[in-house]
Design a protein around this ligand. Structure first.
Ligand code: PLP
Length: 579
């Protein structure tokens, strides 16, 4: 095999080479895309894209059911993907490979088709504190259905499952043990072999979530001897909407399908009821994602040689890149890693002292750098670590050292350019920080003038970069809410970052709103929103054409739907309070 060449590897991903970040254009320079959100989903190589197109253009037909040639061709390609997957994870039989739409669905199949029938009141399910919601919520649902109890395996300071307490937490009451091999936030390889062995020793069924493993480490389910292993194609350069549920055949045989229809039946009768098909079809209801599965076969052809290369060029490159990025982050004084030590895969999570993680991520986005901020679908982990959220940089082997340098340079300049957040709540006695404690807010400005001023500020901004700057400057104008006014009553639900809104009605029937958020970007957006609604009557508030206002400012097209929805949530709350 030819040695791994990162440049050649990168060239295979058309999006990375074609993406024009026009909207981040700043002073005439185009910022190239720096895509560091690979733990969410990876980009796709040309050969995978081509195969999906080829299926639609050349042999699109439904699988299994028809007796015509086109369907046979589609079925052969579809089942070939299953054979390859069996070999890729070293499953004993092709019957042990079930197609789902992703890791999430795979876990839901286990909880609803198996756990629901096994669990009794007081039985225990062990999961880890760092699980993705996909490996928490399905267990919570089945625990509620059956009366079972969830036990949480704690973490060590390095972010690995803490084995010191597993003898206590995995015991003869435990019926299921479900753990991620690698957390999508911490990037550490968990000691899952010990966990699997422990589960086996008490007769519990083990489920390993390999969603973050498969792009980085070769998997051998027979060597692991786990009962189930789940993963998603889209995190390993494959298509979205395709997942794998590996299960030991005897367990899969014992499962009762929780979804019916399509190829999962043997016989359906009104009189005798329904008998189910053989494995693997029994657990695959409805028309599957045929194009996706066919493209997944090509994905395996693409990634397999990289993972099994004895020279380990691909893995070594990923490790070097991780180390490089980690060490560069270490040089930024304000960076605080959320657990100790360099991660095992290129997933690095941290916070920046004095700065809200959303502010940093949005500022980086204005330079074309895509990283993640927030809870990363691991809210219990955030509470466990006593943080609201964090930043996550997740790299792939197509990323480069130069991209890391670009990221670090911008991060450093953002951190030094933005004023660090004062903890205004702690310092509310400090005269330099204006804090709103009074429910009586004086009417000080004409509503129309306030909106016009905002429009004027934005009218000449050509790029998201400059709009972002304006929003951040506006954030300074928001009078901070006192701690006592930040409550469940004033909390705006639907906002990605926490935000609070407080309303008062004057004698003349007009409303005054004050609001707050920990993220500067949200505070800037709040200034914009409040300019449209403050000091107006209920009737005037209801008739504000907010969409037109946002689009005049060029906002909606730049904010992610969730942050965009947050804006809508703020508007909804204002309208409800004043209705
Ligand atoms: N488990 C882990 C560790 C993940 O990182 C993810 C996705 O980020 C999932 C499960 C869910 O994967 P999917 O959304 O593809 O079902």
């Amino acid at each position: 095999m030819t040695p791994f060449d990162p440049q050649l590897f990168r060239q295979q991903f058309p999006l990375l080479n074609n993406y024009e970040n026009i909207d981040t254009e700043s002073k005439g320079d185009k910022n190239p895309l720096v895509y560091f959100d690979n733990a969410a989903t990876t980009q796709k190589p040309q050969q995978v894209i081509d195969i999906a197109n080829h299926y639609y253009q050349v042999f699109n037909a439904n699988v299994h059911r028809a007796s015509h040639q086109l369907s046979s061709q589609a079925t052969i390609a579809f089942e070939n993907a299953r054979n390859l997957t069996q070999k890729f994870i070293n499953a004993k039989s092709v019957k042990e490979v079930i197609w789902t739409k992703g890791s999430t669905e795979s876990i839901n199949v286990i909880t609803q088709s198996l756990a629901r029938n096994i669990l009794k009141q007081g039985d225990e399910i062990a999961i880890c504190a760092s699980e993705h919601h996909a490996n928490i919520v399905p267990w919570q649902i089945v625990a509620k259905q059956t009366g079972a109890i969830i036990k949480v395996l704690p973490l060590s300071s390095s972010g690995h499952i803490d084995l010191k307490v597993i003898d206590k937490l995995i015991n003869n009451k435990t019926k299921f043990v479900a753990c991620a091999q690698i957390s999508n936030v911490l990037g550490k390889i968990n000691p899952i072999q010990t966990v699997i062995n422990k589960a086996k020793s008490v007769g519990a069924i083990s489920i390993i979530d390999g969603a973050q493993t498969v792009a980085h480490v070769a998997v051998d389910v027979q060597a692991l001897d786990c009962d189930f292993y789940v993963f998603s194609a889209h995190k390993m350069y494959g298509p979205t909407g395709v997942g794998v549920l590996y299960g030991k055949q005897a367990l899969l045989e014992s499962m009762q399908p929780y979804q019916g229809g399509g190829e999962m039946i043997k016989n359906v009768s009104f009189e005798q009821g329904t008998s189910y098909n053989e494995l693997p079809f029994k657990l695959e209801a409805g028309t599957p994602n045929i194009a996706g599965v066919v493209a997944f076969a090509e994905t395996l052809e693409f990634i397999w040689p990289l993972l099994s290369d004895i020279d380990q060029g691909y893995s070594r490159y990923e490790k070097k890149l991780t180390q490089y990025c980690y060490q560069a982050l270490v040089t930024i004084e304000q960076v605080e890693f959320i657990v100790d030590g360099v991660p095992d895969i290129p997933v690095i999570a941290f916070t920046i002292n004095g700065h809200h993680n959303h502010d940093i991520a949005i500022a980086l986005d204005s330079y074309g750098i895509a990283i993640r901020s927030g809870h990363h679908c691991a809210m219990p982990l955030m509470s466990y670590l006593h943080i609201d959220g964090c930043l996550r940089v997740s790299l792939a082997a197509y990323n480069t050292f130069t991209e890391v340098d670009i990221f670090i340079t911008h991060l450093k300049s953002i951190v030094s350019e933005f004023e660090p957040e004062e903890n205004h709540l702690e310092n509310s006695h400090d005269e330099t920080i204006a804090v709103n404690t009074s429910p009586e807010v004086k009417v000080t400005s004409e509503p129309k003038a306030a909106m016009d001023r905002i429009i004027e500020l934005f009218v000449n901004t050509k790029s998201w970069d400059s709009r972002h700057r304006e929003i951040m400057l506006l954030s300074r104008e928001l009078l901070r809410l006192d701690k006592t006014l930040r409550s469940d009553v004033t909390l705006i639900s639907g906002c990605e970052s926490k935000a609070w809104l407080y309303a008062t009605r004057s004698n003349d029937g007009t409303y005054s709103f004050t609001a707050d958020s920990d993220a500067k970007i949200i505070r800037g957006l709040l200034v914009i929103v409040l300019a449209a609604f403050n000091h107006k009557s209920s009737q005037q508030i209801q008739s504000v054409n907010i969409n037109q206002y946002f689009s005049t400012l060029g906002l909606m097209q730049h904010l992610s739907p969730s942050r965009g929805n947050g804006l809508i949530a703020i508007v909804d709350k204002i309208k409800t309070l004043s209705a």
